[in-house]
Design a protein around this ligand. Structure first.
Ligand code: 13P
Ligand code: SF4
Length: 302
């Protein structure tokens, strides 16, 4: 069954001159047909290098929107447009405008997990893979508004030793991880390092050994001498970790860490997206032009 769908996808990809980009949390079979699998930063960078006419984005809506903003002349498709990110929807453009009005002169920074409308209101965008480097470019006397993820915001502000005004957004999937889960996993695998995503709450981050973006986790897994690694993030990443490191063991800290939206892309709806050229992701030009400034300011920082 899958063999037929995979060969249909390969054929349609050529016919449409399309490229498939997939996030590290998508289903294993989707990652396997993608031309490129990566974290939010790697996918945003990759979206700027695409030669094809069509980008099929397997992930959540804000990621496809970012690809569309960076490629106004290409067709960007998302197989299931209902694949949203609840954290991205925790702040609206209007709410951010109100916050900015209360803090005149502050610099507004958004996590890439935000809507195009919110990015359009911001000076800079960050991902969990580059937040340290990007935030270090902001003069220390500037007040910083950080939206929407309070946890990534507190992680970076703690490392920088300055405080930000944090919007109280959070990722419902990473919020499920508890210190007890980490302790139980450590007890079952003594000596194995624990890596968690910076979207986890501070008490969980503090109980871990490494706090990394999903791309950072893939690098750590490759370079660490540890034979067993405990993984505290969305379970979709285990497919890639195991595929790239066949001699090592990866254990989820909790198998309840499933982002339902990341699972909405299937081989079936990916084939349908290519067949019917749907669903096209578009961003109104004025919003896209303003949002692009914040994203490009981020991408310009090496
Ligand atoms: P990264 O892949 O950039 O680490 O982001 C994780 C995430 O939650 C994406 O929605
Ligand atoms: Fe959003 Fe969390 Fe899902 Fe990432 S894992 S898409 S932050 S809900």
């Amino acid at each position: 069954m899958n063999t037929q769908i995979v060969s249909d996808i390969e054929r349609l990809k050529k016919e449409r001159n399309a490229v498939i980009l997939a996030h590290n949390y998508t289903r294993g079979e989707v990652q396997d047909v993608a031309d490129y699998t990566g974290d939010s930063l790697e996918l945003a960078r990759r979206a700027t290098m695409v030669d094809a006419d069509v980008i099929v984005f397997c992930g959540v809506y804000f990621m496809a929107e970012t690809a569309a903003i960076l490629n106004p002349d290409k067709t960007v498709l998302i197989p299931d447009p209902s694949a949203g990110c609840p954290m991205a929807d925790m702040i609206t453009g209007g709410q951010l405008r109100e916050l900015k009005a209360k803090h005149p002169g502050a610099i507004a920074v958004c996590y890439v997990n935000s809507t195009a409308e919110v990015k359009a209101e911001c000076d800079l965008c960050v991902t969990s893979g580059n937040a340290d480097r990007v935030m270090a470019t902001i003069p220390r006397d500037r007040e910083i508004l950080f939206v929407p993820d309070q946890h990534l915001g507190s992680h970076i502000s703690g490392r920088e030793g300055r405080s930000y005004v944090l919007w109280p957004g959070y990722c419902p999937t990473h919020a499920r991880l508890t210190v007890k889960m980490l302790e139980d996993a450590r007890a079952a695998h003594p000596g194995a390092p624990v890596m968690v995503h910076p979207e986890c709450p501070k008490y969980v981050r503090d109980a871990a050994d490494e706090r990394l973006s999903t791309g950072g986790m893939c690098r750590f897994a490759r370079e660490s001498p540890a034979r067993t690694i405990l993984v505290g993030t969305e379970v979709g990443i285990l497919h890639r970790l195991r595929k790239e490191n066949p001699g090592k063991t990866f254990v989820p800290v909790s198998d309840t860490l499933v982002c339902p939206n990341m699972k909405k892309t299937t081989l079936e709806n990916l084939r349908e997206a290519l067949l019917e050229m749907k669903t096209r992701v578009t961003v109104p030009e004025d919003v896209a032009n303003r949002a692009r400034r914040a994203i490009e300011a981020m991408l310009a920082i090496p």
